[in-house]
Design a protein around this ligand. Structure first.
Ligand code: GTP
Ligand code: SPV
Ligand code: MN
Length: 590
């Protein structure tokens, strides 16, 4: 399939290491993929769903111990520990290679090694990058085919001498004690072993498009971010683009596909999806920031996805989709998850594989679908996919939005004073942990730019890179922070969220176009209440006031927590961060 010597030499080495029975190149043809689906059904790796109701859809269940990313087993192996920084797990490359080689040795005996050439970004675009993943999992092949551009064309674009990211995945026996997700940014290499769950094994996604790409971006002057990209069309037909960085399972897929509230829809407002998880950002010739979505599909959180909350995502999952760890309705071989509707199937198979009466099971508090169960759906299935989705130059960004899941402290929305202050706002993000990563859920932790688990180098250098980028963008996007997750005293969400978030996006664009003034506070600009379009919302005035209020004491506490977090970066922390923190503290103390 290729004459690229670097590919062939590496493949020979990996074959000698893993010792597969045979090697199969994935050419991207439908015939080959269909044969693999059949094989996976034969072996039980996948279950064929109702082909009339869900054509081309399959089901996969992972091991119980293998349902989310594993941050404690994810490593950045740079030459020195300082390059990886205090947030990342680190081991010296030689030591890690030795450890991993022992695990891969003979790991594919009697198995097939699939060679997946893939492009992150449209094939052949100057902004796209190529990876090759070797894996012994058909599930990985089929997911990569949805999430990236796969096959012969990619090898053609790579050419005889092109460089690529080397990705090796071996499933082994999914032993959690020997699970490793390892990045060697200086070798363009990713090695994953003993997992078969999404973010740990679809190596084009978090491993390449964020961890390796963030390192490449730092060296080459661009950015790889955990951001959705959406286009907001106004009644005049003008489309403005917004990127938003929220931590895992904090609402990117939902915001990227939102349907505006009726009164705005009736006026002609629309949202178009460019991406729902990852953005690669570059400075264009006109001095603006441009974004592409390097992915080709959505690996989205299933629970909570309903016709009402996210119609477009649900539509996208109705064909050619792989469902992982949701529940099966055995009556008609369709899928179900918490929040889909109010009718859990009676004849259900819960995510671990047990047959249960879904009504009784859920009534007793059981979860039929794992909280981090997901769908893998082709982006082109999405009814609101942007016409610019394949644009190799990307789309110009008017606003960058940061946000987290915070029961208190962070108001509904505020605007940073300028780019540098915006970098500080992003760097001081915090959010409650979710089921997207193994470990405790609901614990507030600092998660700068929603990139804490995904920066492939020292986070202090990452902050510096943001400041450096700001100097290169003549017309930088305005920067905002949002929080859809404020709770009231009874633990209920104060803000309706979902489609109603459009109201906040409209204010954000109004600010970008200098259409409305705002209230200057200690932390930045918050809306004048009358500038938020709240028509048709059943929100008491006091609730809106509280959503927009700044709790000085809570912020003082937050600054103390920021100081502790930033202390670990020592002298490497950009002075701008410290200055912004001092300035914030002074304002709060006034
Ligand atoms: P990753 O794919 O893990 O990066 O997550 P994501 O940021 O794309 O999160 P997603 O949009 O899938 O949302 C995760 C969960 O948050 C789902 O259960 C949603 O139903 C819920 N959610 C999303 N948006 C909102 C919102 O505006 N308000 C509330 N209350 N919940 C939301
Ligand atoms: C996330 O955890 O942010 C995801 C899912 O988008 S995964 O691909 O598993 O990382
Ligand atoms: Mn994500």
């Amino acid at each position: 399939m290729t004459n690229n010597k670097k590919v062939l030499t590496w493949l020979e080495e990996m074959k000698a290491l893993c010792k597969p029975e045979k090697v199969v190149w994935i050419d991207g043809s439908e015939a080959q993929l269909e044969a693999l689906r059949e094989e996976a059904v034969q072996t039980g790796e996948m279950i064929k769903l109702n082909q009339e109701k869900l054509p081309g859809c399959y089901y996969h269940r992972t091991a119980e111990n293998d349902v989310a990313r594993v941050e404690d087993r994810t490593f950045i192996c740079t030459e020195t520990k300082e390059e990886a920084g205090p947030i990342n797990n680190w081991m010296a490359p030689a030591e890690m290679y030795a450890k991993l080689n022992a695990l891969y040795d003979g790991s594919m005996k009697g198995r097939t090694m699939y060679v997946i050439p893939y492009s992150m970004g449209p094939v052949g675009s100057p902004f796209s990058k190529i990876g090759i993943e070797l894996t012994d999992s058909i599930y990985v092949v089929l997911n990569m085919d949805i999430m990236t551009r796969v096959g012969k064309d990619v090898l053609k674009a790579l050419g005889e001498d092109g460089d690529f990211v080397k990705c090796l995945h071996a499933k082994r026996d999914v032993n959690p004690d020997e699970r490793y997700i390892v990045h060697f940014p200086q070798d363009n290499t990713i090695m994953s072993v003993n997992s078969a769950y999404g973010g740990n094994v679809l190596l084009g996604k978090k491993c390449f498009a964020l961890r390796i790409a963030s390192y490449q971006g730092m060296k080459e002057g661009w950015m790889a971010e955990h951001m959705l990209i959406l286009g907001l069309e106004n009644p005049k037909g003008e489309v403005k683009y917004i990127c938003a960085a929220f931590p895992s399972a904090c609402g990117k897929t939902n915001l990227a596909m939102l349907i505006p509230p009726k009164f705005l829809k009736d006026q002609g407002y629309k949202v178009w999806t460019v991406g729902d998880d990852i953005a690669w950002l570059r400075v264009g010739e006109d001095g603006r920031l441009y974004a592409i979505n390097p992915e080709a599909g959505f690996f989205g959180v299933a629970p909570g996805t309903s016709e009402k909350s996210n119609f477009n995502a649900l539509e996208a999952t109705k064909k050619n989709t792989i469902f992982t760890n949701v529940a099966i309705n055995e009556d008609d071989m369709t899928v179900w998850w918490e929040g889909l509707d109010k009718n859990p199937p009676e004849n259900a198979i819960e995510w671990k594989g047990a047959k249960v009466n879904g009504k009784e099971y859920t009534a007793e508090g059981g979860k039929l679908a794992h909280p981090n169960s997901r769908f893998t759906a082709p982006a082109k299935n999405c009814p609101c996919i942007s016409s610019e989705f394949e644009n190799p130059q990307g789309v110009p960004i008017s606003a960058i939005v940061f946000g987290g899941r915070r029961a208190k402290t962070a108001p509904l929305v505020y605007q940073a004073r300028d780019w540098d202050h915006g970098v500080f706002v992003g760097a001081t993000m915090a959010s409650e942990t979710t089921a997207a990563a193994a470990g405790a859920v609901g614990v507030v932790r600092r998660d700068p730019m929603a990139m804490r688990p995904f920066v492939g180098y020292n986070m202090a250098d990452y902050f510096q890179h943001w400041y450096d980028m700001g100097k290169k963008i003549q017309n930088p996007p305005k920067i905002f922070n949002v929080n859809w997750f404020r709770l009231d005293k009874d633990g209920n969400f104060m803000w309706p969220g979902f489609g109603d978030n459009m109201r906040v996006l409209n204010w954000i664009l109004d600010r970008c176009e200098d259409k409305v003034s705002a209230v200057e506070t200690e932390i930045g600009f918050v809306p004048n209440k009358e500038d938020l379009q709240l028509d048709g919302l059943d929100l008491a005035d006091e609730v809106v006031d509280e959503l927009l209020s700044i709790d000085i004491d809570a912020w003082k506490e937050d600054v103390q927590n920021q100081r502790e977090f930033f202390a670990q970066f020592g002298d490497k922390l950009p002075k701008e961060i410290k200055n912004s923190m001092d300035e914030l503290e002074a304002k709060l103390n006034k």
